[in-house]
Design a binder for this molecule. Structure first.
Ligand code: NI
Length: 390
């Protein structure tokens, strides 16, 4: 079974929904307009149950198959939130909200899952129950965790959960996935370094906080170069370095360093945390300065489960053909809060190609509407083949 024909007919509608969402981006949990539109459409499609307010602004709907002898319940998830970016794409439907933009394609994810819900509610050609999940705050707000914490998995009896993200650089409709870690744990740190400020002309009377902090920045790179097994993957990036004063003639009392650690296993995650603390503390001490380390654990590793991933790969092959599917893709050091759903239930997260477009989170980025039929067909066939009707 290749792409489902019905999505060729629905393509224009789904594109229109997507572009409307693109024009009205909403950030983190403030997806009020988006959630309202999603809930309204799901009701319009005739879903059996539409529940709002899960994980604050999340929406969940239930679609029962024409049979339910299997007792299976599988969930499909889309994210709805945008980013605090000033859009420069120049498209006719560009963001109307200054400083907010759908730069990660969550508008497309939402529209595609809506399209799949419309089809599944119309055809119901499966034996079991489909739950569609629309979550807020994927971009740093852990909206996925919020929905899980709200009891979503038990409340809807979800047994398996599936997610999808578009990926610039892969051909339109090309799929990529892997068993095990697909996306990284995303932790962050703030280092409050304190020396002894004073006149820049008199450094021997000071403890130069800027110099101490610089040594810390350099030393942190030894975590990747010297502490990580060469066959493992760790990223340590210092992303902000701020002195307390911007004067030319003052050695600052304080410097604040910020950064992120990305890891693919629990062991390297723990190691990176310990080393950041150790290196910062001891480097500061070597110069007579002090440091307060705030280390925050963010999204866990997005870990795909073997059985569900093999199934997802099969569906992708059915939809797009063997030469358009990479079942052994390399992991990516970005993060995903779908990881919380995969910790709660077995499932699989897959990438689908967005073609040759600007990268995710770039101000010129735009979701590629050409991939809608492939994305929707993947969802629909996942339901129909995972829970085949007789
Ligand atoms: Ni995203």
């Amino acid at each position: 079974m290749p792409k489902i024909n019905r999505f060729a007919e629905l393509h224009a509608d789904i594109t229109a929904w997507r572009r409307d969402l693109h024009e009205h981006p909403e950030i983190l949990f403030d997806t009020h307009r988006t959630s309202a539109i999603v809930a309204e459409k799901l009701k319009e499609f005739g879903c059996d149950e539409v529940v709002t307010g899960i994980g604050r602004t999340g929406v969940v709907a239930v679609i029962k198959g024409k049979q339910n002898t299997s007792g299976k319940v599988i969930a499909m998830r889309a994210d709805m939130d945008a980013l605090p970016i000033f859009e420069t794409s120049g498209v006719a439907y560009a963001s109307k909200t200054e400083g907010a933009m759908h730069a990660c394609g969550h508008d497309g994810h939402t529209a595609m899952l809506l399209g799949a819900a419309a089809y599944l509610a119309e055809t119901r050609n499966f034996d079991g129950t489909v739950v569609v999940i629309f979550q807020p705050a994927e971009e740093g707000g852990a909206g996925g965790k919020e929905m899980v914490d709200d009891g979503m998995m038990d409340r809807f009896g979800i047994q398996e959960v599936y997610g999808m993200h578009n990926y610039p650089g892969l051909k339109v409709g090309e799929f990529a996935m892997r068993v095990g870690p697909l996306l990284a744990a995303t932790d962050q740190f703030t280092l409050h370094v304190e020396g002894k400020g004073g006149h820049a002309a008199n450094p021997s009377a000071c403890i130069d906080t800027t110099l101490v902090a610089s040594h810390i920045v350099v030393a942190l790179q030894s975590i990747v170069a010297r502490n990580t097994d060469p066959l493992e993957s760790v990223v340590v990036s210092v992303t902000s370095f701020e002195t307390e004063t911007k004067a030319y003639n003052v050695i600052p009392q304080r410097v604040e360093i910020r950064g992120t650690c990305r890891t693919l296993t629990d062991e390297t995650r723990q190691m990176a945390k310990e080393k950041v603390e150790m290196i910062a503390t001891n480097t500061a001490a070597a110069y007579g300065a002090t440091v307060k380390v705030d280390y925050e654990l963010g999204y866990p590793v997005t870990k795909n489960h073997p059985e569900q991933t093999a199934f997802a790969e099969k569906i992708a092959r059915d939809v797009s053909g063997d030469d358009m599917v990479n079942g052994d893709a390399l992991p990516v050091m970005g993060g995903e809060d779908f990881s919380y759903m995969l910790e709660a239930r077995p499932g699989a997260f897959v990438f689908v190609g967005n073609g040759d477009t600007a990268t995710l989170h770039h101000p010129d980025y735009d979701f590629n509407d050409e991939l809608i039929p492939a994305g929707c067909s993947y969802w629909a066939q996942l339901a129909e083949q995972r829970m085949p009707a007789s």
